[in-house]
Design a protein. Sequence first.
Length: 417
Amino acid sequence: MKINFLPKITVLRLRNILLFLIFFIAVFSSGFFLGAKQVKNNNPIENAVIQRNIPENKDVNFDLFWQVWDMLEASYFDKSKIVYSEMIYGAIKGMVSSLGDPYTAFLTPGENKVVKEDLQGNFEGIGIEIGYRGNQLAVISPLPGSPAEKAGIKAGDFIIGIKDENKNIDKSTSGITLPQAVQDIRGPAGSKVTLAILREGREDALLVDVVRERINIPSVVLEYVGDDKEIAHVKLYKFGGETSAEWDKAVYEIQKNKNIKAIILDVRNNGGGYLQAAVYIASDFLENGDTIVIEEDATGQTKEFKNEKIPRLERYPVFVLINNGSASASEILAGALKDQFGATLVGQKTFGKGTIQEPISIEDGSGLHITIARWLTPNKFWVNETGLNPDVIIEDNLETQEDEVLTETLKLIINEI
């Protein structure tokens, strides 16, 4: 099979790039239309009206904007590419990105739909978590039992190309945005997508065909580990809309098991989600009234989120597994348990995302992620671009099947209980 998008790049150029860029998910509502003529529209902005009115009380000059708009409309050779709704979306994206905040971003309806599917955990695709290593698209991890895992895709693989004949996609991932990559890789169950992969230890690219399936990702997965299965290992994949209900089921199972001696909360490669879900889980370990997280707005005003319920798991020692893919709500949970409960953090330094985005949607289905505040741990530490340091540093070896971090954590627990 011939594939046309392979750029000239090798693993040797990428092996020292370590930082995963994780996108926190939220949605916000507001709108500003530039628009005095009726246009035919091929996009979700129905019956767009382009009016050249200058907003009141705004000291701005839109002459340059409209000059460029008119030049494109008059001179661009492929008139089929002149889609007013897409130009509006593009203008809004540029306006938002001018703030220089990667977490404040405008999403088109298609991109916003992907975000909502991610938080609910139900979609059709191949089942991989993706992010960036430096500026290269990479696999954070394939989901257990997913089509991607079955096809042999591994954590740490670099995705350098995407091909889908049904969607007429044949492209390099150079410069691709994360939402666009997700849209390209996802598709109807039963359809095929081909990924061009670079892997550590290989000089040539791998072409991996993956048949998409319906993917249902749980927020919470409970298993019992240790020689006598006396330790509860709770994997938190995300902090989404169903997380609290799934957490309640896990807590019920732990409470029924009279042999449990300790709990491991695993937030490795969990890029975050809803703040409220992290607060809900932390509340089962802290005393009523304990501060879980502090929100601070632009004026310096603070709001403390406290435990408002009776804890159900406060009698168990807790170990939290973290790595550089643990971000946002994962860091809120880990920070609260470390500061207020004395939990042991094990693994690698977390990502370091210390801002909060407000979730609202816009009428046409699009969304806007907007940073409204920063958050601090109960001890008033701001993790932004710094992250949380583990109490015990352990690095997982991606070349082995063993989970070294979990194995070493079990040894720590045995020595303490």
